[in-house]
Design a protein around this ligand. Structure first.
Ligand code: B3K
Ligand code: ZN
Length: 885
């Protein structure tokens, strides 16, 4: 059994004893091995005692030589261990020269310097730089970098690093070199290097102040012609940040490189972003609408990091959300600006509920700013990113765009060039707006999703509404005690005609304009009195999802149907429909499926027939809540009953409304050239949703329609919509279509990923057998994270009914993969393991199987820190309110 991994605590933070001002790196790249020569200019930090040894991080390195102030150090001047190097005596200032040797071709972890396809590339966040050379690898050590890259000129004509190219030359052995200099001091996690034979898509951007920037997107040659959308997105992001926050790009060169083997989405290295190909490459025949939208978002995200993350960086990794939550929020604002804001908001909340709420209610629960970790890579979580973005959104809701912008400006004024904390951000927001945000700060420290319950009483005689708001957060395994938070509750009052009423609070003399108002809940319970009402209003609570909470209010089904049809807040219109559908399905889970209530059917029909409505919003409204969302409402998750309830609803709606669905399918055909613009995306989505409902009927006609849709599709969005439905079908013609697809796209990795994914998500009862078979497919390579996620990840994390088979076969399949993958890529293996962590939420039989699978993983010798932390937490942690056996 592996030992419990060592925990790092926020409370133990101390400032760095030695600082590095300059780093000169020379890379000699080669297929056999790569040598790295590093020269550090080091100084003792003020306050550090003179006898303090110098400690440098380093992992999986071969040390070739070490010299202090040009004098080679012999073996007794320093000590080496598995995690670094210690020089016992150093002067106040000095240079340290370190030569290390690496084998990038064997680096399957994809952290540090590694190979992807024919190129060399790096990934250093969070702690990958120590796999390149010995260094104080922590974000609060910021240095200026000069990097010289040498490699074979024919195989690696392009040599890139951060900043600007300042010199280059040819050597007589067929090799060449390029020197890069980054004018901005940066932490080591933002270092990057790329070498390869790459195609370059060049463009330029002129900033508002007239600075001319060279933009370049590099890809492997076969991907030339697929970068136009990424380039447009980059220019749009630059424009938006100038317009919205007055923030300009500070570089002469902004480079982006797409690589096929990457652990996550992309990385914001200063001036040299490295991207997963998935978030760069697009062309209508190979990329879906969702791909186009995601590319724009991720390009924006990495670009926005240049200010929020790079110019102002993190003091330590506990502060991760300081850059990630803020940058996700900025990315969300940018996406909303680019089009379809309500649709974007709905999708954000859907993802938050599917990924973050369960995390916050499980054994991995942690605050937006965690206070301890064993492996920081395990904390790039939905909580840090998505809940972190909701926290930033709440500042924005409380302060308004102008106040928020003022706060951000003060943050940059105070902290440009520094490594800071979440408190520094909060202080800037509070000071710039003269606002007390002390209690708001608890959002960073407290885990768990608060429940806000609402009671209302209306007095017709005085036209007064009394609202009592209460908040409660259940204990989480990491934290027993919970305290009241500062929660903005956006409220609308809707009259019987569907109009917003003015909301006049008790102490106000004049009535404000009709519309949304934000109530600030700060205490455990608070009462708000609203007067001057001439009829009893319908409450529209938490408009736009103004806080990441669960709302508890006794809505009747009639009220929900009314809000679904009438609420002026588009988000809450959608929300009312989701609540209604969830309530019906929860009833069916308990009592067995029944008839679809007439109120719901009528609301659904009316929405479907409304030709004036935005098709994108109609599609959102008619999309049933996912099984995972229904599961969150149950004390013990009943996988089969949930699946059955949702499928019954899907088929029932399809049968009752088949003519209307067929009409919508006809009406929303998008003719002409493919464009990923919101109007067309919305129509394709509604049309493909209609197809999905009709397919659920499962008759010959449905199959014909899916096959016809597949054959007629002239873009990947429609193709994949059909293919996903065909993957559910046992018909030989459906299997043939899947085969044709694989044949046509066999040389296109990103498209082939989609083929693996739809099969992993299939509703067929024999899906696990098929997934196993696909793991033996010649194109299945578990060392490629995209491919692994497309098959194993999608099955375990996205196919509840397939994964949670009652005999535990799905869990065993996962455990086998985690065990095989851990020595290859622990980061990705740990991610997969989280699919087992909420075992206590399932029925006894499943819980026992899941636990056995976890124990089997735990029993492996030399388990990585990454997987070990997830397993240990999952097995150890129990709640007060859950079974603990
Ligand atoms: N900052 C990177 C994530 C790095 C993950 C390291 N395990 C991408 C991003 O959030 O922009
Ligand atoms: Zn980020």
């Amino acid at each position: 059994m592996s030992a419990k991994p060592k925990t790092v605590h926020l409370a133990d933070y101390t400032t760095p004893p030695y600082l590095v001002d300059e780093v000169a790196l020379a890379f000699d790249l080669d297929e056999e091995h790569t040598d790295v020569h590093s020269t550090l200019t080091v100084r003792r930090a003020p306050g550090t005692p003179a006898d303090c040894p110098l400690r440098l991080d380093g992992e999986d390195l071969t040390l070739l030589s070490l010299a202090l102030d040009r004098q080679p150090l012999n073996g007794d001047a320093y000590t080496l261990d598995d995690h670094g190097l210690t020089v016992s005596e150093v002067p106040e200032t000095f240079t340290l020269e370190i030569a290390t040797r690496l084998r990038p071709q064997d680096n399957t972890q994809l952290q540090g310097l590694y190979r992807s396809g024919g190129m060399f590339c790096t990934q250093c966040e969070a702690e990958g730089f120590r796999r390149i050379t010995y260094f104080p690898d922590r974000p609060d050590v910021m240095a200026r970098y000069t990097v010289t890259v040498t490699a074979d000129k024919r195989r690696y004509p392009i040599l890139l690093s951060n900043g600007n190219p300042v010199a280059n030359g040819d050597l007589d052995n067929g090799r060449h070199w390029v020197r890069w200099q980054d004018p901005f001091p940066k932490p080591s996690y933002l270092f990057a290097l790329v070498a390869g034979d790459l195609h370059c898509h060049e463009d330029r951007h002129t900033t508002r102040s007239g600075r001319d920037i060279r933009l370049a997107i590099y890809t492997e040659h076969e991907n030339a012609g697929r970068t136009a959308h990424a380039m447009d997105s980059l220019k749009a992001a630059m424009h938006w940040d100038e317009l919205t926050y007055g923030l300009e790009c500070d570089l002469d060169n902004y480079l982006v490189v797409a690589v096929g083997d990457f652990n996550m989405g992309a990385m914001e290295n200063k001036g040299l972003n490295i991207f997963n190909t998935q978030y760069i490459l697009a062309r209508p025949d190979v990329a879906t609408d969702a791909d186009y939208v995601n590319i724009e978002a991720v390009i924006g995200h990495e670009y926005f990091h240049n200010w929020t993350g790079n110019r102002v960086t993190l003091r330590d990794w506990f502060q991760l959300s300081l850059k990630e939550g803020l940058t996700v929020f900025r990315e969300q604002q940018f996406s909303a600006y680019q089009g379809a804001p309500a649709v974007r908001r709905i999708q954000e909340v859907r993802t938050l509920r599917a990924a973050q709420f369960p995390e916050d209610a499980g054994p991995m629960a942690h605050p937006v700013r965690p206070s301890e970790y064993a492996e920081i890579n395990n904390f790039y979580t939905a909580t840090v990113y998505m809940k972190g973005a909701e926290v930033i959104r709440m500042y924005h809701t409380l302060l308004g765009q102008e106040g928020f912008r003022r706060g951000l400006a003060l943050y940059f004024e105070r902290h440009d060039g520094q490594a800071v904390t979440c408190e520094d951000f909060l202080a800037a927001m509070a000071d710039a707006n003269d606002m007390d945000l002390a209690r708001f700060g608890r959002w960073y420290e407290q885990s768990g999703t608060p429940v806000v319950s609402v009671d209302d009483a209306y007095d017709a005689a005085t036209g007064t509404l009394t609202l009592t708001l209460r908040q409660h957060t259940e204990p989480t395994p990491d934290q027993r005690e919970k305290h009241p938070l500062h929660i903005p509750i956006a409220l609308g009052l809707v009259d019987s005609e569907g109009r917003d009423m003015p909301i006049r609070l008790a102490d106000e003399s004049a009535a404000p304009e009709a519309g949304t108002r934000v109530l600030e809940l700060r205490e455990q319970a608070q009462t708000f009195t609203i007067s001057g009402l001439d009829e009893r209003p319908t409450l529209s609570l938490l408009r736009g999802f103004s806080a990441p909470v669960k709302l508890d209010y006794e809505y009747t089904e009639e009220t929900l149907a009314f809000l679904f049809a009438n609420d002026n807040d588009e988000f809450n219109r959608w929300e009312a429909g989701q609540r209604l559908a969830t309530r019906i399905m929860l009833r069916w889970v308990e009592d067995g499926p029944g008839e679809i209530p007439e109120t719901f059917l009528a609301a659904f029909r009316q929405t479907l027939e409304d030709e004036q409505a935005d098709p994108a919003l109609v599609a959102e409204a008619l999309t049933l809540p996912p099984e995972s969302f229904i599961a969150e409402h149950m004390p013990v998750i009943r996988v089969d009953a949930i699946h059955q309830a949702r499928e019954t609803m899907r088929q029932g709606l399809a049968q009752a409304l088949a003519p209307q669905l067929r009409a919508a399918y006809q009406r929303h055909r998008v003719d002409g050239t493919y464009r990923p613009r919101p109007e067309d995306i919305g129509r394709r989505r509604l049309r493909n949703l209609a197809l999905d409902y009709l397919a659920s009927i499962g008759d010959e006609r449905a199959l014909e329609q899916c096959l016809a849709h597949y054959d007629e599709a002239d873009n990947m969005t429609d193709t994949m919509a059909a293919l996903a439905l065909l993957a559910d079908s046992p018909e030989p013609r459906a299997a043939e279509a899947l085969e044709r697809f694989a044949e046509r796209w066999r040389d296109d990795p990103l498209v082939l990923d989609k083929w693996f994914r739809v099969q992993a998500l299939s509703r067929r009862p024999d899906v696990l057998e098929r997934v196993r078979e696909l793991t033996r497919h010649p194109a299945f390579d578990p060392r490629n994270p995209n491919r692994l996620r497309a098959l194993v990840g999608a099955f375990c994390q996205g196919n509840a009914i397939g994964f949670h088979q009652s005999g535990g076969e799905g869990y065993n399949f996962l455990a086998d993969w985690v065990i095989d993958l851990d020595p290859i890529n622990p980061q990705v293996a740990a991610r997969l393991t989280t699919a087992l962590s909420r075992w206590r939420r399932y029925d006894e039989q499943r819980a026992a199987h899941m636990r056995t699978a976890l124990e089997r993983i735990e029993a492996q010798p030399s388990l990585s820190k990454d997987v070990s932390e997830v397993v240990t937490r999952s097995l150890e942690r129990a709640y007060d309110n859950e079974r603990t056996d």
